[in-house]
Design a protein around this ligand. Structure first.
Ligand SMILES: NC(=O)C1=CN([C@@H]2O[C@H](COP(=O)(O)OP(=O)(O)OC[C@H]3O[C@@H](n4cnc5c(N)ncnc54)[C@H](O)[C@@H]3O)[C@@H](O)[C@H]2O)[C@@H](O)CC1
Ligand SMILES: Nc1ncnc2c1ncn2[C@@H]1O[C@H](COP(=O)(O)OP(=O)(O)O)[C@@H](O)[C@H]1O
Ligand SMILES: [K+]
Length: 464
């Protein structure tokens, strides 16, 4: 599992370790990891040109000490000072190793003489306010096209919530220390990090703020049938979907009927039930006892009634699409809401752009507001529980942004709820498998929603 911590948690853990270790140990570990990552990126050190952008804090210190290591290995290292002051010990080490300070801006002959092979962003780290000063923006602009390695975080992003407010660095690689920060996992900032490499500092960390499940976590959470199981003990998922748009109903069914639950019931209108019978002989048509319901996908105006009927059953419910227009004041704790950014914006009475710019904050707001798990769909879908747990989905490909993919997800999460996973785990595991199925189905090319559903069993088969 990848875990992310807040700045406050990181500082506390660093403080405890700093008190035990000789001065400079942590920064030395950070600089060693950073220098090694830069050498890996460049494919070697000797003769490579490295440009350091140094701010005034310890982030610049990390970059300067890493620059000293790179200079000792034969890199030509130059540094532009962008802060009101500079980490003096780091700068001294850099100079002693043969690195030199050059003026920033377009100062011509005394500026860096040739195009660097890499820019190291040590402008600000976890102590930075969001945004960048104009000099930093100009310097980055000047080296546009050169690969950027960010130290700890891309300077200028909002570290604790993944927001982007104002100018920021867009990195090819971010080398972070001790633990991931929230901005490495949560969009839109996560998209500005590029690849993320973690350097161990030996921190003792408190419980995490945000996690990203990995294949092994999904494997251990997923309920696999045992020798004594039968279809009812494995769980029955019911669907009241597709009342207005039968296609969405069939797609939610395809997600639910991927084999994870013991049985699937379809309890929608007769016209759609006929289509279901023709398409899926394994699905039982008609209402009956279930362990979880899925409502809303393609539901149209009937979604409110479908939701009320499902809630009356007092089993966990997935509320998708049109169902999200009809939420009661409060929902049972087992409920999973599956909005995309537009739907969440409407639910909260804000603009879509506000949700897209502050995804964690808005998903948390919805989880609090309705006392339910909120699965906010997007490039890195977020799952947030009312108790504060949060998970980011790292699987998937942009081809997954295709009509009906969300209906498949709603069905899949319903099936997982029916197997007995709690609402948070069902949403996080479902979202992970949905992305993994999309990646498999895509293999680099376009995909359709039915193909995503068909690839779910293979995604499960490939789990460790
Ligand atoms: N605390 C520790 O023990 C360790 C810290 N490390 C490094 O230290 C960093 C944190 O260092 P600091 O606490 O000194 O903070 P930073 O280096 O992140 O930034 C603080 C400085 O930047 C200025 N600043 C803030 N926002 C700015 C902005 N938007 N534009 C320009 N300047 C801005 C502040 O006035 C302050 O002088 C971490 O990100 C990491 O790189 C690592 O060396 C590992 C160990
Ligand atoms: N850029 C993207 N990259 C990867 N996945 C995406 C991206 N945009 C959306 N998705 C995923 O695609 C699916 C789209 O669902 P949704 O918006 O509900 O579509 P529909 O209502 O047509 O089913 C969601 O699972 C979402 O996480
Ligand atoms: K940085």
């Amino acid at each position: 599992m990848r875990s992310a911590h807040t700045v406050e948690q990181v500082r506390a853990a660093e403080g405890a370790l700093l008190a035990e270790l000789p001065a400079g140990t942590l920064m030395d570990r950070a600089a060693a990891g950073l220098a090694a990552a830069v050498v890996d990126l460049l494919g070697g050190a000797y003769g490579r040109r490295v440009l350091l952008l140094l701010g005034s804090g310890d982030n610049g210190g990390d970059a300067a000490f890493a620059g000293a290591r790179l200079a000792r290995r034969g890199c030509a290292v130059e540094a532009v000072l962008l802060g009101s002051s500079v980490h003096e010990a780091g700068l001294a080490a850099l100079r002693a190793a043969g690195g030199r300070v050059v003026p920033g801006g377009s100062s011509g002959e005394s500026g860096p003489r040739s195009r660097p092979d890499v820019v190291v962003d040590g402008i600000v780290g976890i102590g930075g306010r969001p945004g960048l000063r104009p000099e930093a923006v100009a310097e980055l602009e000047r080296h546009r096209g050169v690969p950027v390695v960010s130290v700890d975080v891309p300077s200028g992003v909002s570290v604790d919530d993944g927001r982007l407010v104002g100018p920021h660095v867009t990195a090819d690689l971010t080398v972070t220390f001790g633990t991931h920060k929230v901005c490495h996992l949560v969009d839109p900032a996560a998209a500005a990090c590029g690849a993320v490499e973690l350097v161990d500092l030996g921190l003792r960390l408190p419980p995490v703020d945000v996690v990203a499940l990995q294949a092994a976590d999904v494997s251990s959470l997923l309920r696999t049938p045992g020798d004594t199981d039968h279809k009812y003990t494995r769980g029955v998922v019911g669907l009241r979907t597709g009342t207005a748009y039968s296609g969405a109903g069939l797609l939610s069914l395809a997600g639910a009927a991927s084999g994870l639950a013991g049985m699937v019931r379809y309890a929608g209108p007769d016209e759609v039930a006929d289509l279901v019978r023709a398409a899926r002989p394994d699905v039982v048509v008609g209402a009956g006892r279930v362990q979880a319901w899925v409502v809303g996908s393609g539901g149209g105006d009937a979604a409110g009634e479908d939701l009320a009927t499902a809630l009356a059953d007092e089993v966990p419910v997935v509320v998708d699409a049109d169902g999200l227009r009809h939420l009661p004041e409060e929902l049972p704790a087992g409920t999973v809401l599956t909005p995309h950014a537009g739907e969440l914006a409407r639910m909260l009475g804000v603009d879509r752009a506000a949700v897209e710019g502050a995804q964690l904050e808005h998903a948390r707001r919805a989880a609090d507001r309705w006392g339910a798990v909120c699965l906010l769909k997007g490039r890195r879908s977020l799952v947030v529980a009312p108790d504060g747990r949060a998970a980011v989905t790292s699987t998937g490909v942009p081809w997954l942004a295709t009509a009906g993919a969300g209906d498949v997800l709603a069905g899949l999460v319903g099936a997982l709820l029916a197997t007995g996973l709690d609402a948070f785990d069902a949403a996080a595991v479902g979202s992970w498998l949905h992305g993994a199925a999309a990646t498999l189905a895509s293999a680099g090319g376009p995909i359709t929603a039915p193909e995503v559903a068909s690839a779910i069993p293979e995604a499960v088969r490939r789990l460790p």
